[in-house]
Design a protein around this ligand. Structure first.
Ligand code: 3H9
Length: 704
């Protein structure tokens, strides 16, 4: 038999072991081998029951995602048909689930008459995260097994459930104590089934999956969730498929699922989300650094600064079970910081996301100190003090004195020169930037800033620890603002400028949120602080001394003390949580525009707003790639999706540029360069790499 399957017969039992590392993705070759093995077992008169399992333990992570969008995804034998065939088995089929059964993997298990899982197994239908829906019977068979409501929950959340919950729901029939005993337990289960003359497939437990649910269940589910879904297609398709499972007989329901799946697979949203899936895995690969490079061990972490940022950073490590020493200058600040952390955890307890015991365990991992001497045994120190070069350098001089040799010294600066910070130490090879995003315990992005002297093992170790604390680490080179904030600059600049020229903040933000961004950039400025924005800009004035209108509106709001949400006024007016338009902002814009001789127009269209803001964002990203600050275009997408609320189903700004067409982006930039007078001439210069890509007829963004 094919090496993708380990097939063996033990007495009256056939064992089909899926053997396609690393995750038994059900690509065409494995599908063919699986069907072959099944037919063989089926035809063998000695075999009375069949166990399907993962040969190395792990069951399967589902369909092969790399096949989607090509003919391979449904190349014969296709998964839905194989699974229909399995449900027709005259012999009991048992899925023995080790580690994970996800997506098509769980659907394979659903096609078996019986399921046993090891205690640590996780089962889920995460297709929605890829802009898909379960397409191999999951939307029809799961509701019939556990009822429509929990089935819908699993598909809409995309989150796997653990084995004990699966047992409770009836998704698993049995639990095996451990991964090691799984196969033996499956053998014993098979023997019991045969001894009791159990049917090959038990009757559906929920022949009417929606029984007991209110008549308007689906309508009200849709109504309450649609605002959150924005323009996402997949949740709507999932809902339609589950609804079909309650209305249609199985065969018709399966056909309906197939149609909906094809629609999802063909969508630009799914292509974008699949791009993001592979981008996340790719981001960990660093050219020139082997995967087997020995890493430094990180057992103890220290964080300097117990403010919002430092506290949030510390929580990440405590959450991952890593002890953290939190250093502050004054006892009151330290107490306040620790109290805030406790408060944050208490909120999680209230929401049922954490138990009291877990809260206490995490707090125990957090030790406060006022003295640098307590940092002597830390393996990784992260500085999160005030964003000023002299202060940061002073901290690093001290760290150089007190930290043990080999300790990694990281700065959480959001814009300062990591090399200049490293230069004050005698160990610049151990210094790196770890740029967390606020709130640091929530936001998934971690920009890992590689200084010119940073040692490869320091970079690789911090990437690994970033993953361990649940972040998406992305490597950036050193430049003002790194990847994210440097791209924010021209994007936000255009937003400011458009208001100066006659748009309203709400119009600008509305165009961006219509693209499903979490927030418009002007609302984001109000949230982050007009003052914070001003101070960062103020540290870099020389770079735009030639443009008197550069962020002039931001400067003006700053002078008026309109710092954004925290002062109740910025680009908008805030009353509690409500955001309102403020005519005063229009007046300020009119006044400043008149002073600078900037013409105001009433004809700024949404298209112009879209193109000017987004093309500038894209252009800067392409420039960063050309400069080698970003390793690859997909890294830039991850930064914007995980740090700046860019929608995953749009794929990040680089992927979005590819869907718009690189030639369209270039033509737009040239057009505004010509149409916007001195502003256009100054800022709308296409990135040379963009010009080269278009000239070479490329449709993907890559360094050439
Ligand atoms: C589906 O099933 C549709 C059906 O309903 C209908 C069909 C008709 N395919 O994440 P890792 C690769 S949709 C291809 O680094 P971890 C991954 O790229 C599918 N490749 O490890 C990586 O490769 P590389 C529904 C896959 O331990 C390597 O495996 N299923 C797939 O952190 C290791 O992955 C999902 O959405 C795949 N399905 O996490 C599950 N899965 O080393 C998606 C993984 O070259 N997968 N790879 O970079 C996951 O959630 C995680 O990968 C998993 C492992 C939890 C499995």
């Amino acid at each position: 038999m094919n090496s993708l399957i380990n097939y063996r017969v033990e007495g009256n039992l056939a064992l089909i072991g899926l053997a396609r590392p690393p995750v038994n993705a059900l690509g065409q070759p494995l599908r063919a081998a699986l069907l072959d093995a099944y037919e063989r077992a089926s035809a063998n008169a000695d075999v009375q029951a069949i166990v399907i399992h993962g040969d190395s333990g792990l069951f399967t992570a589902g369909a092969d995602i790399s096949e989607f969008g090509s003919e391979a995804s449904f190349a014969a034998p296709d998964l839905p048909s194989i699974l229909v065939r399995l449900t027709q088995s005259s012999k009991p089929l048992i899925a023995a689930i080790g580690s994970i059964a996800l997506g098509g993997g769980l659907e394979l298990a659903l096609a078996c008459g019986y399921r046993i899982g090891e205690a640590k197994a996780r089962l889920g239908l995460p297709e929605i995260n890829l802009g898909l829906l379960p397409g191999a019977g999951g939307t029809q068979r799961l509701p019939r097994l556990i009822g429509a409501e929990p089935a819908l929950d699993m598909m809409i959340s995309g989150q796997p459930i653990n084995a004990s919950r699966a047992l409770q729901l009836g998704l698993l029939d049995r639990l095996a104590d451990s991964a090691e005993t799984l196969l033996d337990s499956a053998r014993a289960f098979a023997a019991e089934l045969l001894a009791s003359n159990a049917p090959a497939r038990p009757a559906e437990r929920f022949a009417q999956p929606a029984a007991g649910l209110p008549a308007d269940f689906f309508a009200s589910f849709r109504a309450s969730n649609e605002p959150r879904w924005k323009s996402r297609l997949a949740p709507r398709l999932v809902l339609a498929a589950v609804e079909a499972s309650c209305r249609l007989p199985l065969e018709q329901g399966l056909a309906r699922e197939g149609e909906l799946f094809r629609q999802a697979e063909d969508s630009a949203q799914s292509a974008a989300l699949r791009h993001v899936f592979f981008a996340e895995r790719e981001a960990g690969r660093i050219p020139g650094i082997d995967a087997d490079l020995p890493l430094r061990s990180i057992e103890k972490v220290a964080v300097i600064g117990a403010g919002t940022m430092g506290g949030g950073i510390a929580m990440n490590f405590a959450n991952a079970g890593i002890p953290v020493t939190l250093l502050e200058q004054k006892a009151e600040a330290l107490d306040r910081g620790l109290a805030q952390i406790r408060k944050n955890y208490e909120i999680s307890v209230k929401r049922g996301k954490l138990t009291e015991a877990q809260l206490e365990q995490r707090m125990e991992l957090l030790q406060g100190t006022l003295g640098y001497a307590d940092l002597a045994d830390a393996d990784l120190v992260i500085e999160a003090v005030f964003e000023k070069m002299e202060i940061k350098q002073q901290v690093f001089r001290t760290l150089d004195e007190v930290c043990k040799p080999g300790a990694i010294l990281a700065t959480n600066t959001s814009s300062l020169d990591v090399d200049a910070i490293a230069a004050v130490t005698r160990r610049p090879q151990d210094v790196i930037g770890l740029h967390f995003f606020s709130p640091a315990n929530v936001m998934r992005l971690l920009e890992v800033v590689r200084g010119k002297a940073t040692a490869p093992d320091v970079l690789a170790t911090t990437m690994k620890i970033g993953k361990r604390i649940g972040k998406i680490p992305v490597v950036s080179g050193v430049c003002f603002g790194f990847i994210g904030n440097r791209m924010l600059e021209p994007y936000n600049r255009e937003a400011h400028r458009l208001v100066l020229e006659g748009s309203t903040p709400a119009q600008v933000d509305g165009v961006l949120t219509a693209l499903d961004l979490n927030m418009g950039v002007l609302s984001m400025t109000d949230l982050a602080g007009v003052d914070v924005n001003f101070l960062v800009r103020d540290g870099n004035r020389a770079a735009f001394a030639n443009d008197p209108s550069y962020y002039i509106l931001g400067d003006e709001l700053y002078k008026l003390g309109r710092y954004g949400q925290k002062t109740g006024r910025g680009f908008y007016l805030y009353e509690g949580r409500d955001r309102k338009d403020d005519p005063e902002v229009v007046e300020i814009a009119e006044r400043v525009a008149a002073e600078l001789g900037v013409a105001r127009r009433a004809d700024i269209t949404n298209q112009e707003i879209h193109d000017r803001c987004l093309f500038m964002l894209i252009n800067e990203g392409i420039q960063l790639l050309d400069e080698g600050i970003a390793l690859r275009a997909s890294d830039i997408d991850l930064v914007w999706i995980n740090g700046y609320g860019f929608p995953g189903h749009v794929g990040g700004p680089m992927h979005y540029a590819e869907t718009l067409g690189l030639d369209t982006v270039l033509a737009g930039i040239r057009r505004y360069r010509d149409e916007l007078g001195s502003h256009g001439e100054m800022w709308f210069q296409p990135a040379p790499l963009l010009e080269r890509l278009v000239a070479a007829g490329k449709t993907r963004i890559e360094k050439i």
